[in-house]
Design a protein around this ligand. Structure first.
Ligand code: GAL
Length: 650
C-alpha cells in the first residue's frame, strides 16, 4: 500500500515547490494528487491555455520520484465560463440557479457543460496523457458533494422526459407503472411530465424514484465521457474518482464499472459528528472515530471497482462539520492501518499544507500554514517506514457478503414510512454486528458474483428483480433477509402477491400488515433460548405455516427460517442481531471472535491487523493474537491507546 498526499501547487509560490516535493519524499510519500480545482489557472481566458506552471509542478514532483494523480478540473468551472454559458448552472428544487462562488455549481444534464467538460479533459489528456509521472487520473471531484446530483434545470427536465420515453415507450405504460390514476395525475404525453418538485404535498413515489434513477444516470454518463477520453489519450493509467462517505445519491456501483480504482474521502471525525449515532457514541469516539463507520465505506468501495483506495484521509481537525475535534495522538496512523487491513491500494492524506486563505483555512494538513510539521506528518512518516517492511499482501474473499444497492436506498428515502428508517443506517448496523464478531465482510451490489460466500446478508433488498430471485434461489450460502425485502415492484408498487413479492419463491410467507414505531418504543423479542432481546422501528405481521424461531410479546413471529433462507420481520437491535449471527455462523462453521467494543480485526493475505480505537490499553490476544511477542510483524500482545498490531496467521 502506497502513501500520498493532495497538493495544490497553485496555492504556493513556485519557489517552495521543490522543497515541498523533497519533504514529501522524505516522509516516504510516493503519490501526489494535483489539479482537480485548477481550471482558472490552466485556462484563464477562453481557449488560452497556460501550461507552464503545471508542466513545472509535474516535473518538480517527478524529480523526487513522486507519481502524480492528475485531477480533471471539472468540479470548478471558472467564472468566465459561467458568464459565457449560464445554462451550465445547476438549479435547486425551488427553481433558483446555484450561484458561482464556491464549487460544484454545474448541472450534470447541461449539454454545454458536457462538451466543456470533455474539452478540458481532452486538453489535459493531450498535454499530459503520455507523461511518465502521470500514473493515475481522477475524474472531477466528489460527484454530488454539497447536494448536487439532483438539478431542476430546463435541460434536466428535457433529458428526464427523454429518459422516461426510453424506459416506458408509451405514456400509458408510464401512467400504469406510476399509478397515476390516483389523484388524477394522469399524463397524455411525455411532454406533460414535470420534475418532481413544488407539489402541494408528497409527490408520487414512483415519480420521485425515477427522477433519482435518471439523475444517477446523468452522473454515470458525465463520468463515462471523461473516462473514454482518458483511456484513449492516456492508456495504461489507472482512472479513479473520489467518492464520499454517507453519500448515496447516485449509483456508485455503476460509476465504478468505468473505473480501475474506486477511491473515497475518509473524514472519520467529521462523519461521526454529522452522523445520527447516539450522543454517548459521539462522545466515546470523539477523537478516534467510530470503529465501523470508515470500515463500512472501505468495504463498500472495495465492491465498486477492481481496486480501492483513499484519496483524502483526514489528518487533523477539519472545517466543515458542526464541531471539529482533533484526532488523538496515533489515530491518523491507526486510520492508515485500518485502510491497509481492508485492502487499500493507497492512502493519500488531505492536504499537504493548511491553506491560510479561503473556505478551508481551518482545515488541517500534514504541514501547518507556517510550513512546520503538523502532528499527522510524523504519523505518516511512521506508517511509510513500517509499511515498507510489510511487503505486498492482497485482500482475499470474505466468508460473508452484505448486499447493498443504491436503488434500494432510494426506495427507502422516497417513502420511509417511519422517519428513522434509513437504508444506509440499517446496512451499517448489520455490518457492525458482523464486524464485532471479528468477521471480514464484502459489501457488494446484488449484481456481484455471490458464489463462494457462506453467509449473505441483505438488510435492504427492497425490490429484487426476477433474475436476482433466481440467483438467490440457487445460492449455496445461507441468506439472511431483513424486513421490507421484496416489498415493492421496480416501479414502486406493492407486489400483487404482497411482500416479499417474488421472494415468496424462496420463502413461504406473506406480509399481511406492517407498522412503524417511534424510537422510544422498542419491541421485546424472546429467543429460542428463552433470553430476551430487542428490536425497533418496524414490525410485520406475516401469514405462514412456518413456526417462528423468535417472537414478540404478542406471539408474533420476528425470525423465520425456510431451508437456507432466514427472514426477520423487524429491525434487530445489536443483542438480537448478535444472537442470530452467532446461530448462523456456528451452523455454517464460520469462526467468530467476541471482540472488545473498541477493538477490530481484519485480514489481508496472511496478515492479521488489529486496531484499538479506545483511549485505554487493550490486549491483542482478545482479538485472537498470539501471546508470543516474536510472532508480531508490528506491535505486540498489548495494544496501547490507538495501538496497531499485525501478526502472520500461520
Ligand atoms: C472533500 C473535498 C476536498 C476538501 C475536503 C475537506 O470533501 O474533496 O476538496 O474540500 O473535503 O475536508
Amino acid at each position: 500500500m502506497r502513501l500520498g498526499v493532495c497538493y495544490y501547487p497553485e496555492h504556493w509560490p513556485q519557489s517552495e515547490w521543490r522543497n515541498d516535493a523533497r519533504r514529501m519524499a522524505d516522509i516516504g510519500l510516493s503519490l501526489v494528487r494535483i489539479g482537480e480545482f485548477s481550471w482558472s489557472r490552466i485556462e484563464p481566458n477562453p481557449g488560452q491555455f497556460e501550461w507552464d506552471w503545471m508542466d513545472e509542478a509535474i516535473e518538480t514532483l517527478a524529480s523526487e520520484n513522486l507519481s502524480v494523480i492528475l485531477g480533471t478540473p471539472t468540479a470548478t468551472p471558472p467564472k468566465w465560463l459561467i458568464d459565457q454559458s449560464p445554462d451550465i448552472l445547476a438549479v435547486d428544487r425551488h427553481g433558483r440557479a446555484r450561484a458561482f462562488g464556491s464549487r460544484r455549481h454545474y448541472c450534470f444534464s447541461s449539454s454545454t457543460y458536457r462538451s466543456e467538460s470533455q474539452r478540458i479533459t481532452r486538453a489535459m489528456a493531450e498535454r499530459y496523457g503520455q507523461h511518465d509521472a502521470i500514473t493515475h487520473w481522477q475524474t472531477d471531484n466528489e460527484y454530488g458533494c454539497h447536494n448536487t446530483v439532483l438539478s431542476y434545470s430546463d435541460q434536466a427536465l428535457q433529458r428526464f422526459r427523454e429518459w422516461l420515453r426510453d424506459r416506458y415507450g408509451t405514456i400509458q405504460v408510464l401512467n400504469d407503472a406510476w399509478g397515476n390514476v390516483f389523484w388524477s395525475m394522469e399524463y397524455r404525453d411525455f411532454s406533460e411530465v414535470d420534475l418532481p418538485t413544488g407539489a402541494v404535498t408528497e409527490l408520487n413515489p414512483s415519480h420521485s424514484l425515477d427522477f433519482r434513477r435518471f439523475s444517477s444516470d446523468m452522473v454515470v454518463e458525465f463520468n463515462r465521457e471523461q473516462v473514454n477520453i482518458l483511456r484513449d489519450l492516456s492508456p495504461g493509467r489507472a482512472v479513479t474518482h473520489n467518492f464520499m462517505g454517507y453519500f448515496t445519491d447516485f449509483d456508485h456501483h455503476t460509476v465504478g464499472t468505468d473505473l480501475d480504482i474506486a477511491t473515497w474521502d475518509a473524514y472519520p471525525l467529521g462523519f461521526l459528528d454529522m452522523s445520527p449515532r447516539p450522543r454517548d457514541e459521539k462522545r466515546q469516539w470523539l477523537r478516534t472515530g467510530h470503529p465501523d463507520l470508515m470500515a463500512f465505506h472501505h468495504d463498500l468501495y472495495h465492491g465498486c471497482a477492481p481496486k480501492w483506495g483513499i484519496m483524502e484521509q483526514q489528518p487533523g481537525p477539519v472545517n466543515w462539520a458542526p464541531h471539529n475535534p482533533a484526532p488523538n495522538p496515533g489515530i491518523v496512523r491507526l486510520w492508515t492501518y485500518e485502510a491497509f487491513g481492508h485492502g487499500a491500494t493507497f492512502v493519500n492524506y488531505f492536504r499537504w499544507r493548511q491553506a491560510p486563505f479561503a473556505q478551508e483555512q481551518m482545515h488541517a494538513g500534514l504541514l501547518r500554514p507556517d510550513s512546520e510539521d503538523a502532528p499527522a506528518a510524523g504519523e505518516a512518516r511512521a506508517c511509510a517506514e513500517e509499511l515498507s517492511r510489510l511487503g505486498g499482501h492482497e485482500r482475499g474473499r470474505a466468508d460473508v457478503a452484505l448486499i447493498f444497492d443504491y436503488d434500494d436506498k432510494w426506495f427507502l428515502d422516497v417513502q420511509p414510512q417511519g422517519r428513522e428508517y434509513n437504508g444506509l443506517i440499517v446496512a451499517m448496523e448489520a455490518y457492525s454486528g458482523l464486524r464485532t464478531l471479528g468477521l471480514d465482510v464484502d459489501v457488494v451490489s446484488s449484481r456481484a458474483d455471490l458464489s463462494g460466500y457462506k453467509l449473505v446478508v441483505a438488510p435492504t433488498l427492497m425490490s429484487p428483480d426476477a433474475a436476482l430471485v433466481t440467483r438467490l434461489s440457487q445460492l449455496d450460502a445461507t441468506l439472511l433477509l431483513w424486513p421490507r425485502a421484496g416489498s415493492k415492484t421496480t416501479s414502486y408498487q406493492i407486489p400483487k402477491t404482497l411482500p416479499p413479492g417474488p421472494l415468496q419463491e424462496l420463502l413461504p410467507l406473506k406480509v399481511a400488515r406492517v407498522e412503524s414505531l417511534p424510537p422510544a418504543c422498542p419491541v421485546e423479542i424472546t429467543m429460542p433460548s428463552g433470553s430476551k432481546v430487542s428490536a425497533k422501528l418496524w414490525f410485520e405481521e406475516v401469514e405462514t405455516d412456518l413456526e417462528p424461531l423468535a417472537a414478540d410479546e404478542r406471539g408474533y413471529g420476528a425470525w423465520y427460517q425456510a431451508g437456507n433462507v432466514h427472514y426477520l420481520t423487524t429491525w434487530p437491535e445489536d443483542d438480537f442481531l448478535r444472537e442470530i449471527l452467532l446461530t448462523l455462523t456456528s451452523t455454517l462453521e464460520i469462526e467468530t471472535i467476541d471482540l472488545p467494543k473498541d477493538v477490530r480485526l481484519s485480514r489481508r493475505g496472511d496478515l492479521r491487523i488489529t486496531l484499538n480505537f479506545s483511549e485505554q490499553e487493550a490486549s491483542t490476544e482478545a482479538a485472537g493474537g498470539p501471546s508470543d511477542p516474536e510472532r508480531y510483524v508490528l506491535g505486540g500482545p498489548t495494544l496501547g491507546p490507538a495501538g496497531v498490531a499485525i501478526w502472520k496467521a500461520t
